[in-house]
Each structure stands twice: as C-alpha cells, then as structure tokens.
Design a protein around this ligand. Structure first.
Ligand code: PNS
Length: 161
C-alpha cells in the first residue's frame, strides 16, 4: 500500500529547517504533499503563489514531493487527497503543547489520519520563519538558513519597504 503524507504549514517563507523535514519525509513516505494554508486571518509577507514557487524550487530534487495550497480544515483536505499521515515538525519542547493539541483535535475530527512528528537536524532546531523575517528586515545575515532564492526574495521585499 502506498502511503501519502501531507506536510501543512504557513511556510512564510520556507526555511532550511522545513526543507530538511521534507527530505526526511520524502525518504519515509511514497508521496509527500506540502500544503500551504490559505489563511484570510493572517497577513503574510509572501503571497501563497510566491510561497508555492519558493517551495517548488527548493524541493525540485525530490521526485515524490508536490507543493499545493489549501483552505478549510486540514483533515478534510487530507481526506480529499487521500493522505493518511499529517507531518509536523517539532523543534523544541515549547512546540509540543500546541502540536499535541492540534494532533489530538485532528484525530478527533478524523480518526483514520495519523499525525507523525519529526525532528529537524539540530542545526535548524532554533530556526523559524518569524525569526528569519525579523533578521532579514533588520539587515542581519540569514546565509545558510534559507535557500538562496528565498534569501534574495527577502532582500527584495525589505528593500521595497
Ligand atoms: O506552520 P503553521 O502556521 O504552524 O501551520 C498551522 C496549520 C496550517 C497546520 C494549522 O493552522 C491548520 O491545520 N490549519 C487549517 C485549519 C484547521 O484544520 N484547523 C484545525 C486544526 S486542529
């Protein structure tokens, strides 16, 4: 049986920590669908289309990975694309409480979909999209923390402002 996994998130923007997790997932599951939430409540730095482009470029070496976006409940989307696994990354214990809450709620909503928690490489355990944006905006170096394409796009965004 082929196992399809969905890796949901905001990815605003994708970091090397996300890429590390996608590579690990691609080695474990037959197909990995990276799914960007289209969230009307948040004001993201990058549009969903820009985020799809950045993720597609960063994962083009992985044949069993696709990038999409979704709206509505994650479990409904997972059911629609026949994914039986939700992948979430846990960096530190501080992530755990929120992740546990979401995983248990998702299990309540759909008992057939399992959440699998994965750990990124230690080198990325302190990395977040939020910090990346802050450092880029304030002119600090984010070399080696995001793909080169993302670094350039961030520089472009903050130059415009
Ligand atoms: O990277 P993020 O922002 O922490 O990802 C959060 C995400 C997209 C996984 C979560 O907000 C989500 O699944 N949203 C879709 C709506 C939904 O299903 N909500 C109930 C979650 S229990």
């Amino acid at each position: 049986m082929q196992t399809r996994a969905v890796y949901p998130g905001s990815f605003d923007p994708v970091t090397n920590g996300h890429i590390d997790l996608i590579e690990r997932s691609a080695a474990l599951f037959d197909k990995v669908v990276v799914a960007i939430l289209r969230n009307a409540d948040k004001t993201p730095l990058f549009t969903v289309e820009e985020r799809v482009e950045m993720l597609e470029l960063a994962t083009r070496h992985l044949e069993n990975v696709t990038v999409t976006s979704f709206t509505g409940l994650l479990v409904d989307y997972a059911t629609r694309i026949e994914a039986s696994v939700i992948i979430r990354g846990i960096r530190a214990i501080s992530d755990y409480e929120y992740e546990l809450q979401m995983a248990l709620m998702n299990r309540r909503l759909s008992s057939t979909i399992e959440t699998v928690f994965m750990l990124p490489a230690e080198a990325y355990s302190y990395l977040s999209s939020k910090l990346i944006k802050e450092i880029a905006q304030l002119g600090g170096s984010i070399d080696g923390l995001v793909p080169e394409d993302v670094r350039k796009r961030l520089a472009g965004k903050f130059k415009q402002k």
